[in-house]
Structure formats: C-alpha cells, structure tokens
Design a protein around this ligand. Structure first.
Ligand SMILES: Nc1ncnc2c1ncn2[C@@H]1O[C@H](COP(=O)(O)OP(=O)(O)OP(=O)(O)O)[C@@H](O)[C@H]1O
Length: 282
C-alpha cells in the first residue's frame, strides 16, 4: 500500500512548545483523524506538512515526494481547509473562482458552481457577510474544486451545527469514492471520526501517543470499572491508564491481557484520549 503522507521524526520548536519526533503515515485511500487537545500540536504539524512553517528536522513526503522539493506540483493535488477562511473578506464566491482558475491547472468551474448551489452559498455576497457555517462550506467547495487527491482539514467542522456537519461529512465520503483519494482530518469532535475515520493519530503535548487503525484501536482497549482492591486482580501488563472517581477506579486495559471473566466496557475515541491525557500510569 502506498502512503499519501509520510512523516518521520518531525521536529519544530517554539518558545514553550516542541513537536517531538512526530512520525505517522496516512495510507492512500484512507481517512485519518488527527486528534489531541487544544495546543497539542495539530495545526503546527499540518503547517509543517504544507511548508507554511519550516520544520527543523525530520522528513515529510507527500505522494512519495519530498514536500519542499516538489511543493508546487504537490500543492496542485492537495485541498486544504483551515478553521477560518483566509481570504480577503471583500471578495465573493465569483471573484474567488476567477482567481483560483489561474492558479490550479485542474480548476473545475462547473463543479465549484455545483457545490456553491448545493451548499446554498450566494455567488455575489462578500465573504464578510457570510455566516461561519457558510464560510466553512465555501472553504470546502474551494478545497475540492481542483479535484485534489488529498484533503488536509484542520478543524473543518468546529463551530458548525450537527446538520451542516453531517452534510460536510457526506461530502468527504463522496470524495473518498475515488480509490486514490485520502484525507487527514484534525478535529476535537471525535464523534465525527467514529463515523468516518479509518485511522486515528493522537498527539499530546507535541508527541504522538498512538497512530492506529480505528477498529483495532477500539477493539484493543477496554474499560474496566471497580474498586481499587478489585483492580489488584487484573494483570499489571493489562493496565494502561487509571482514573479515580467517586465510586472507585476506571482502568483503560489491553483487552488481550484480561481474562474473559472480567467484564469490560467498549471505549469511545474520546474516552481513550481522556485516559491518556488525564489518567495516571497504574
Ligand atoms: N507561531 C507561533 N509562535 C509561538 N508559539 C506557537 C506558534 N504557533 C503555535 N504555537 C504554540 O504551539 C503549541 C501548539 O499549537 P497548535 O496550534 O499546533 O495546537 P493545536 O493542537 O492545533 O491546538 P488547537 O486545537 O487549539 O487548534 C501551542 O502551545 C501554541 O501556543
């Protein structure tokens, strides 16, 4: 299987923050959810991928090519959505078409118009008069209209109501009908990922905690609940993270290290994240 994105030992430092040897691969034809709390390093990683920030160390390949040496050709094949629309707010959708058709070799005006109509985005309203949801949809229409092979989305559904979010997720699923297409999707809304992601990469304080197939991830872990005393019966190898609550303890365990005599709850992606961020090593 080829990879749409390969990141190897990526380093980037700011005054009080570092990306520490970030490594992950996004297989072609799949959707990866990139999750982590505020300030974990998601946007910094994405900006390094796009060479909007200069990396200090490491290797980044997109479509198997070095991301700086082949930046121009790579960018013809990437659609990017940030959580805000970074275009002058006096422009309207038609102006944007006139600009982007000169930039992208494969800009498809009729597809852009189709998406604007589908999303009910007015053609002649300046960007500053659009609601947040409309701006986001416009941003997604822009990202898709040159028929990219890779979408890089930084919080594309944040601040949107569930109906708009659902429409947008549907559009991403449509995009994935092409076998060669891939998506890297950073979000706080992990329920969106439960619906559409194939892989989950979790970053915490600049470090990748795991990058795994979603189904394996949800299968590999279980949540055990009981008293501290009862928890002594679990194998030490099984225990990953522990959280105390008013009734006792909750332990994130490796399912294959726990005897079937114990009953385990199925975790959500959000619960797994919370265990890694807030839990302690038992
Ligand atoms: N240009 C910069 N100069 C200094 N520090 C920065 C800069 N950009 C980001 N940071 C810091 O790097 C850390 C990671 O920020 P980043 O935006 O990558 O996080 P994030 O995971 O995308 O968070 P959020 O979910 O809130 O968008 C934060 O502590 C942030 O303050």
């Amino acid at each position: 299987m080829t990879n749409a994105i390969e990141v190897e030992n990526l380093k980037k430092s700011f005054h009080q923050f570092q990306l520490k040897d970030v490594s992950f691969q996004l297989p072609t034809g799949t959707i990866m959810g990139f999750v982590g709390e505020n300030g974990a390093g998601k946007t910094t990683t994405i900006k390094c991928l796009l060479n909007l920030l200069k990396k200090e160390n490491g290797e980044i390949k997109i479509f198997g090519l070095d991301h700086t040496k082949h930046e121009t050709s790579i960018k013809q094949n990437i659609g990017v959505v940030f959580d805000d629309l970074y275009i002058p707010d006096t422009l309207h959708a038609t102006h944007i078409n006139n600009i982007l058709e000169k930039i992208y070799d494969r800009w498809d005006e009729s597809y852009y118009v189709e998406l604007l109509k589908r999303f009910k985005i007015p053609f002649k309203k300046p960007v500053k008069q659009l609601s947040r949801g409309m701006k986001m949809k416009l941003s997604i229409a822009i990202a898709l209209s040159h028929h990219p092979k890779l979408l890089i989305l930084d919080e594309p559904t944040s601040g949107l109501d569930p109906i708009v979010r659902d429409e947008i997720l549907d559009l991403f699923m449509e995009f994935m009908q092409e076998e060669e297409n891939s998506i890297l999707f950073s979000t706080h809304i992990t329920s969106d990922l439960e619906k559409i992601a194939d892989y989950i990469t979790f970053i915490h304080d600049g470090e990748i905690i795991f990058s795994k197939n979603k189904d394996e991830l949800l299968y590999d872990y279980g949540i055990w609940k009981g008293s501290m005393e009862q928890s002594m019966e679990l194998s030490e190898h099984a225990k990953v993270r522990m959280r105390k609550n008013a009734f006792g303890v909750e332990i994130l365990v490796k399912r294959n290290e726990v005897s079937s005599a114990f009953s385990l709850d199925k975790p959500s992606i959000e619960e797994i994240m919370l265990f890694f961020v807030k839990g302690v090593r038992p």
